[in-house]
Design a protein around this ligand. Structure first.
Ligand code: KDG
Length: 344
Protein backbone atom coordinates (compact mmCIF):
# COMPACT_ATOMS: atom_id res chain seq x y z
CA UNK A 1 0.00 0.00 0.00
CA UNK A 2 1.19 3.48 -0.67
CA UNK A 3 1.09 6.10 1.95
CA UNK A 4 0.06 9.54 0.73
CA UNK A 5 1.11 12.35 2.95
CA UNK A 6 -0.96 15.52 2.77
CA UNK A 7 0.90 18.80 2.40
CA UNK A 8 1.41 20.11 5.89
CA UNK A 9 0.28 23.72 6.19
CA UNK A 10 2.43 26.21 8.05
CA UNK A 11 0.84 27.50 11.25
CA UNK A 12 2.14 31.04 10.84
CA UNK A 13 3.98 33.09 8.20
CA UNK A 14 7.67 33.89 8.71
CA UNK A 15 7.19 36.35 11.52
CA UNK A 16 9.62 38.94 12.84
CA UNK A 17 11.24 38.09 16.14
CA UNK A 18 10.11 40.39 18.96
CA UNK A 19 12.48 43.33 19.53
CA UNK A 20 15.17 42.71 22.16
CA UNK A 21 14.03 43.60 25.66
CA UNK A 22 16.03 46.58 26.87
CA UNK A 23 15.65 49.24 29.53
CA UNK A 24 16.31 49.43 33.24
CA UNK A 25 15.25 46.80 35.74
CA UNK A 26 12.54 48.07 38.08
CA UNK A 27 12.86 47.89 41.86
CA UNK A 28 11.37 45.24 44.10
CA UNK A 29 7.81 46.34 44.84
CA UNK A 30 6.40 42.90 45.50
CA UNK A 31 5.09 40.16 43.21
CA UNK A 32 1.92 40.20 41.12
CA UNK A 33 0.30 37.58 38.93
CA UNK A 34 -1.77 39.17 36.19
CA UNK A 35 -4.52 37.21 34.39
CA UNK A 36 -5.23 38.30 30.85
CA UNK A 37 -8.04 36.93 28.68
CA UNK A 38 -8.22 37.29 24.90
CA UNK A 39 -10.64 36.12 22.24
CA UNK A 40 -8.21 34.86 19.63
CA UNK A 41 -6.09 31.71 19.23
CA UNK A 42 -2.47 30.93 20.18
CA UNK A 43 -1.24 31.49 16.63
CA UNK A 44 -2.77 34.99 16.36
CA UNK A 45 -0.70 38.22 16.38
CA UNK A 46 -2.79 39.17 19.41
CA UNK A 47 -1.61 36.17 21.43
CA UNK A 48 2.01 36.29 20.24
CA UNK A 49 2.33 39.97 21.11
CA UNK A 50 0.64 39.41 24.48
CA UNK A 51 3.36 36.87 25.24
CA UNK A 52 5.92 39.52 24.35
CA UNK A 53 4.17 41.90 26.78
CA UNK A 54 4.47 39.16 29.43
CA UNK A 55 8.16 38.65 28.60
CA UNK A 56 8.95 42.35 28.97
CA UNK A 57 7.27 42.49 32.38
CA UNK A 58 8.93 39.29 33.59
CA UNK A 59 12.40 40.26 32.44
CA UNK A 60 12.37 43.86 33.63
CA UNK A 61 10.90 42.95 37.05
CA UNK A 62 13.24 40.02 37.66
CA UNK A 63 10.26 37.64 37.47
CA UNK A 64 8.10 39.53 39.98
CA UNK A 65 5.45 40.46 37.43
CA UNK A 66 3.89 37.39 35.83
CA UNK A 67 1.29 37.65 33.06
CA UNK A 68 -0.74 34.54 32.19
CA UNK A 69 -2.54 34.83 28.86
CA UNK A 70 -5.73 32.78 28.32
CA UNK A 71 -6.67 32.57 24.60
CA UNK A 72 -9.83 31.48 22.72
CA UNK A 73 -12.41 33.35 24.85
CA UNK A 74 -11.71 30.87 27.69
CA UNK A 75 -12.38 33.56 30.30
CA UNK A 76 -15.25 35.26 28.46
CA UNK A 77 -16.01 37.41 25.45
CA UNK A 78 -15.02 41.05 24.92
CA UNK A 79 -18.10 42.48 26.65
CA UNK A 80 -17.90 40.10 29.62
CA UNK A 81 -14.18 40.59 30.08
CA UNK A 82 -14.54 44.39 30.13
CA UNK A 83 -17.19 43.99 32.85
CA UNK A 84 -14.90 41.61 34.75
CA UNK A 85 -12.10 44.19 34.63
CA UNK A 86 -14.48 46.83 35.98
CA UNK A 87 -15.36 44.67 38.96
CA UNK A 88 -11.77 43.53 39.39
CA UNK A 89 -12.31 39.82 38.69
CA UNK A 90 -10.02 39.95 35.64
CA UNK A 91 -6.76 41.91 35.35
CA UNK A 92 -6.35 42.41 31.62
CA UNK A 93 -8.01 41.92 28.24
CA UNK A 94 -7.53 42.89 24.62
CA UNK A 95 -10.94 43.57 23.01
CA UNK A 96 -11.78 45.17 19.71
CA UNK A 97 -12.56 48.86 20.00
CA UNK A 98 -16.08 48.20 18.65
CA UNK A 99 -17.72 46.67 21.75
CA UNK A 100 -15.85 49.23 23.90
CA UNK A 101 -17.98 52.07 22.49
CA UNK A 102 -20.33 51.56 25.44
CA UNK A 103 -17.51 53.05 27.59
CA UNK A 104 -16.14 55.63 25.14
CA UNK A 105 -18.70 56.49 22.42
CA UNK A 106 -16.09 58.39 20.31
CA UNK A 107 -14.43 55.03 19.54
CA UNK A 108 -17.30 54.45 17.11
CA UNK A 109 -15.41 56.64 14.63
CA UNK A 110 -13.29 53.54 13.95
CA UNK A 111 -16.45 51.63 13.01
CA UNK A 112 -17.35 53.96 10.15
CA UNK A 113 -16.95 52.06 6.87
CA UNK A 114 -14.03 52.88 4.55
CA UNK A 115 -12.77 55.74 6.75
CA UNK A 116 -9.17 54.46 6.95
CA UNK A 117 -8.11 53.53 3.42
CA UNK A 118 -4.57 52.33 4.17
CA UNK A 119 -2.80 50.69 7.08
CA UNK A 120 -0.43 53.65 7.17
CA UNK A 121 -3.39 55.98 7.69
CA UNK A 122 -4.89 53.70 10.33
CA UNK A 123 -1.63 53.57 12.28
CA UNK A 124 -1.26 57.38 12.05
CA UNK A 125 -4.74 57.78 13.53
CA UNK A 126 -4.06 55.22 16.30
CA UNK A 127 -0.84 57.12 17.18
CA UNK A 128 -2.56 60.53 17.18
CA UNK A 129 -3.61 62.78 20.06
CA UNK A 130 -7.19 62.15 18.99
CA UNK A 131 -6.76 58.44 19.71
CA UNK A 132 -4.85 59.12 22.94
CA UNK A 133 -7.85 61.19 24.04
CA UNK A 134 -10.07 58.14 23.51
CA UNK A 135 -7.79 56.00 25.70
CA UNK A 136 -7.73 58.71 28.39
CA UNK A 137 -11.53 58.88 28.31
CA UNK A 138 -11.64 55.43 29.95
CA UNK A 139 -10.15 56.87 33.16
CA UNK A 140 -12.59 56.40 36.02
CA UNK A 141 -14.62 53.74 34.19
CA UNK A 142 -12.93 50.90 36.05
CA UNK A 143 -10.76 50.20 32.99
CA UNK A 144 -7.33 51.63 32.20
CA UNK A 145 -6.86 51.67 28.41
CA UNK A 146 -3.16 51.23 27.63
CA UNK A 147 -2.63 51.09 23.87
CA UNK A 148 -4.21 50.69 20.46
CA UNK A 149 -3.03 47.98 18.09
CA UNK A 150 -4.29 46.26 14.96
CA UNK A 151 -7.22 43.91 14.69
CA UNK A 152 -7.23 44.84 11.03
CA UNK A 153 -9.18 45.19 7.83
CA UNK A 154 -12.35 43.18 8.07
CA UNK A 155 -13.34 40.89 5.20
CA UNK A 156 -16.66 39.16 4.58
CA UNK A 157 -16.98 35.38 4.57
CA UNK A 158 -20.08 33.20 4.16
CA UNK A 159 -21.23 29.70 3.36
CA UNK A 160 -23.91 30.55 0.79
CA UNK A 161 -22.54 32.35 -2.27
CA UNK A 162 -19.63 34.38 -3.65
CA UNK A 163 -20.07 38.08 -2.89
CA UNK A 164 -18.94 40.64 -5.48
CA UNK A 165 -21.58 43.34 -5.14
CA UNK A 166 -23.77 44.83 -2.41
CA UNK A 167 -26.69 43.03 -4.10
CA UNK A 168 -24.97 39.70 -3.39
CA UNK A 169 -25.15 40.58 0.32
CA UNK A 170 -28.73 41.82 0.27
CA UNK A 171 -29.76 38.98 -1.97
CA UNK A 172 -32.61 40.75 -3.81
CA UNK A 173 -35.11 37.91 -4.28
CA UNK A 174 -32.60 35.37 -2.88
CA UNK A 175 -32.88 36.91 0.59
CA UNK A 176 -30.17 38.68 2.54
CA UNK A 177 -27.28 36.85 4.16
CA UNK A 178 -27.44 36.42 7.92
CA UNK A 179 -24.20 37.97 9.13
CA UNK A 180 -22.79 37.85 12.63
CA UNK A 181 -21.52 41.26 13.74
CA UNK A 182 -19.70 42.49 16.78
CA UNK A 183 -21.82 44.06 19.48
CA UNK A 184 -21.74 47.56 17.99
CA UNK A 185 -24.57 49.68 16.53
CA UNK A 186 -22.56 51.08 13.58
CA UNK A 187 -21.74 47.57 12.41
CA UNK A 188 -25.42 46.66 12.67
CA UNK A 189 -26.26 49.68 10.57
CA UNK A 190 -23.66 48.75 7.91
CA UNK A 191 -25.11 45.28 7.36
CA UNK A 192 -28.72 46.42 7.58
CA UNK A 193 -27.97 49.05 4.95
CA UNK A 194 -26.52 46.37 2.68
CA UNK A 195 -29.69 44.31 3.06
CA UNK A 196 -28.23 41.58 5.23
CA UNK A 197 -29.71 40.26 8.46
CA UNK A 198 -27.10 41.27 11.02
CA UNK A 199 -26.95 39.26 14.25
CA UNK A 200 -24.69 40.55 17.04
CA UNK A 201 -22.97 37.69 18.82
CA UNK A 202 -19.92 37.05 20.99
CA UNK A 203 -16.85 35.93 19.08
CA UNK A 204 -16.53 32.72 21.11
CA UNK A 205 -19.93 31.51 19.90
CA UNK A 206 -19.29 32.26 16.27
CA UNK A 207 -17.67 29.07 15.03
CA UNK A 208 -20.47 26.80 16.19
CA UNK A 209 -23.11 29.29 15.03
CA UNK A 210 -21.66 29.06 11.52
CA UNK A 211 -21.21 25.30 11.75
CA UNK A 212 -24.86 24.86 12.74
CA UNK A 213 -26.08 27.34 10.13
CA UNK A 214 -27.45 29.80 12.70
CA UNK A 215 -25.61 32.46 10.69
CA UNK A 216 -24.44 32.36 7.06
CA UNK A 217 -21.38 34.45 7.54
CA UNK A 218 -19.22 36.85 9.48
CA UNK A 219 -16.54 39.46 8.92
CA UNK A 220 -13.04 39.55 10.37
CA UNK A 221 -9.45 40.01 9.16
CA UNK A 222 -7.98 37.12 7.15
CA UNK A 223 -5.63 36.31 10.02
CA UNK A 224 -8.56 35.75 12.39
CA UNK A 225 -10.52 33.74 9.82
CA UNK A 226 -7.48 31.49 9.44
CA UNK A 227 -6.32 31.19 13.06
CA UNK A 228 -9.89 30.51 14.23
CA UNK A 229 -10.40 27.91 11.46
CA UNK A 230 -13.47 29.62 10.05
CA UNK A 231 -12.56 28.30 6.59
CA UNK A 232 -13.72 24.88 7.81
CA UNK A 233 -17.29 26.21 7.85
CA UNK A 234 -17.11 29.12 5.36
CA UNK A 235 -16.70 28.43 1.66
CA UNK A 236 -16.60 32.00 0.32
CA UNK A 237 -14.53 35.05 1.18
CA UNK A 238 -14.57 38.57 -0.27
CA UNK A 239 -11.83 41.13 0.15
CA UNK A 240 -14.16 43.95 1.16
CA UNK A 241 -11.84 45.77 3.63
CA UNK A 242 -14.98 47.57 4.78
CA UNK A 243 -13.74 48.56 8.24
CA UNK A 244 -10.34 48.77 9.93
CA UNK A 245 -10.81 47.74 13.57
CA UNK A 246 -8.24 48.39 16.30
CA UNK A 247 -7.68 46.32 19.41
CA UNK A 248 -7.24 48.06 22.76
CA UNK A 249 -4.96 46.56 25.39
CA UNK A 250 -6.64 47.16 28.76
CA UNK A 251 -6.12 46.64 32.47
CA UNK A 252 -8.57 46.68 35.36
CA UNK A 253 -8.20 49.99 37.22
CA UNK A 254 -8.21 47.97 40.44
CA UNK A 255 -5.18 46.01 39.27
CA UNK A 256 -3.55 49.21 38.01
CA UNK A 257 -4.11 50.99 41.34
CA UNK A 258 -2.54 48.05 43.17
CA UNK A 259 0.70 48.43 41.22
CA UNK A 260 3.60 50.57 42.43
CA UNK A 261 4.10 53.65 40.17
CA UNK A 262 7.32 52.16 38.86
CA UNK A 263 5.42 48.99 37.87
CA UNK A 264 2.69 51.14 36.29
CA UNK A 265 5.27 52.90 34.18
CA UNK A 266 6.70 49.57 33.06
CA UNK A 267 3.23 48.23 32.20
CA UNK A 268 2.51 51.32 30.09
CA UNK A 269 5.84 51.07 28.28
CA UNK A 270 5.46 47.33 27.66
CA UNK A 271 1.93 47.93 26.37
CA UNK A 272 3.21 50.41 23.76
CA UNK A 273 6.05 48.13 22.71
CA UNK A 274 3.91 45.02 22.43
CA UNK A 275 1.23 46.97 20.53
CA UNK A 276 3.82 48.11 17.98
CA UNK A 277 4.99 44.50 17.65
CA UNK A 278 1.39 43.33 17.27
CA UNK A 279 0.87 45.73 14.35
CA UNK A 280 4.02 44.39 12.71
CA UNK A 281 2.86 40.77 13.12
CA UNK A 282 -0.65 41.59 11.89
CA UNK A 283 0.87 43.25 8.81
CA UNK A 284 3.03 40.20 8.11
CA UNK A 285 0.01 37.94 8.55
CA UNK A 286 -2.59 39.66 6.38
CA UNK A 287 -1.93 38.66 2.74
CA UNK A 288 -0.28 35.43 3.83
CA UNK A 289 -3.42 34.39 5.68
CA UNK A 290 -5.59 35.12 2.63
CA UNK A 291 -3.33 32.95 0.45
CA UNK A 292 -3.37 30.17 3.05
CA UNK A 293 -7.16 30.27 3.13
CA UNK A 294 -7.21 29.84 -0.64
CA UNK A 295 -4.78 26.94 -0.38
CA UNK A 296 -7.08 25.36 2.15
CA UNK A 297 -10.03 25.58 -0.21
CA UNK A 298 -11.75 28.85 0.49
CA UNK A 299 -12.98 30.61 -2.66
CA UNK A 300 -11.83 34.20 -2.28
CA UNK A 301 -13.07 37.08 -4.43
CA UNK A 302 -10.67 39.97 -4.76
CA UNK A 303 -12.76 43.06 -5.43
CA UNK A 304 -11.48 45.66 -7.89
CA UNK A 305 -11.62 49.40 -7.22
CA UNK A 306 -14.97 49.77 -8.95
CA UNK A 307 -16.51 46.98 -6.93
CA UNK A 308 -15.18 48.48 -3.69
CA UNK A 309 -16.59 51.85 -4.76
CA UNK A 310 -20.01 50.23 -5.15
CA UNK A 311 -19.89 49.04 -1.54
CA UNK A 312 -18.66 52.42 -0.41
CA UNK A 313 -21.57 54.14 -2.09
CA UNK A 314 -24.07 51.64 -0.77
CA UNK A 315 -23.08 52.30 2.87
CA UNK A 316 -23.27 56.12 2.63
CA UNK A 317 -26.51 56.11 4.68
CA UNK A 318 -24.42 54.82 7.61
CA UNK A 319 -22.59 58.17 7.63
CA UNK A 320 -25.84 60.11 7.42
CA UNK A 321 -27.12 58.22 10.42
CA UNK A 322 -23.97 58.09 12.55
CA UNK A 323 -21.69 61.02 11.75
CA UNK A 324 -23.78 63.56 13.74
CA UNK A 325 -23.87 61.17 16.68
CA UNK A 326 -20.15 60.36 16.66
CA UNK A 327 -19.20 63.96 15.98
CA UNK A 328 -18.54 65.73 12.69
CA UNK A 329 -15.49 67.49 14.17
CA UNK A 330 -13.95 64.24 15.33
CA UNK A 331 -14.46 62.67 11.92
CA UNK A 332 -12.97 65.76 10.25
CA UNK A 333 -9.91 65.52 12.53
CA UNK A 334 -9.46 61.87 11.58
CA UNK A 335 -9.85 62.68 7.88
CA UNK A 336 -7.14 65.32 8.21
CA UNK A 337 -4.71 62.78 9.69
CA UNK A 338 -5.60 60.33 6.93
CA UNK A 339 -5.05 62.98 4.22
CA UNK A 340 -1.63 63.85 5.61
CA UNK A 341 -0.53 60.25 5.15
CA UNK A 342 -1.89 60.19 1.60
CA UNK A 343 0.00 63.35 0.57
CA UNK A 344 3.36 62.11 1.85
O1 KDG B 1 -9.71 39.29 21.55
C1 KDG B 1 -10.42 39.94 20.54
C2 KDG B 1 -11.60 39.15 20.08
O2 KDG B 1 -12.32 38.75 21.20
C3 KDG B 1 -12.54 39.90 19.17
O3 KDG B 1 -12.50 41.28 19.44
C4 KDG B 1 -12.27 39.64 17.72
O4 KDG B 1 -12.79 41.08 15.92
C5 KDG B 1 -13.20 40.30 16.75
C6 KDG B 1 -14.63 39.91 16.71
O5 KDG B 1 -15.12 39.80 15.58
O6 KDG B 1 -15.28 39.72 17.73
Amino acid sequence: ATLTLGMAHAQTPDLSEPPAIDGEMVGDHGSHTIRMGIGLAETSPQYLSSQYFADILAERSDGRLTVNVFPNSQLGDDVQMMEMMQTGTLDMSYPSSSPATTYVPELAAFDLPFLLPTREAAVAVMNSDVAQGMLDAFDGSGIKALAFSENGYRQLSNSVRPVETPEDVGGLDMGGLTIRTMENPVHLSIWETLGANPTPMAFGELFSAMEQGVVDGQENPWSTILTSNFHEVQEYGSETRHVYTPFILMMSERTWDDLHPEYQELVQEAARKSAAYEIQLATEYDDWARNQLEERGMQITRLNDEQIAAFQEAVQPVYDEWAPEIGEDLIADIREIVDETMND
